[in-house]
Design a protein around this ligand. Structure first.
Ligand SMILES: [Zn+2]
Length: 80
């Protein structure tokens, strides 16, 4: 493998590292929930894009809650 012939000076190293710094990301305000979102992307907070709902962001309570409640009932019966 090729190795560098000479090490770079501190100034040259720091001048290169100065470019690593990332600038501010340009975000826009969601028209529905007013959260900061990337342009041309679905809003991760409310799941809408151009006023239409693309992702269902509401938590699934009916499926998980039903199974968990039945499990709790079984445990309480065993304890009593
Ligand atoms: Zn939103």
């Amino acid at each position: 493998m090729a190795n560098p012939k000479q090490r770079h000076t501190h100034h040259r190293r720091d001048r290169a590292r100065k470019q690593y710094d990332v600038g501010l990301i340009n975000t826009q305000e969601c028209p529905k929930c007013k959260a900061r979102v990337l342009s041309h992307r679905v809003c991760p907070t409310c799941g809408t894009y151009k006023g239409k709902e693309m992702i269902n962001t509401t938590p699934k309570l009916s499926v998980k809650g039903g199974s968990a409640s039945s499990g709790k009932v079984e445990k309480t019966k065993q304890a009593a």
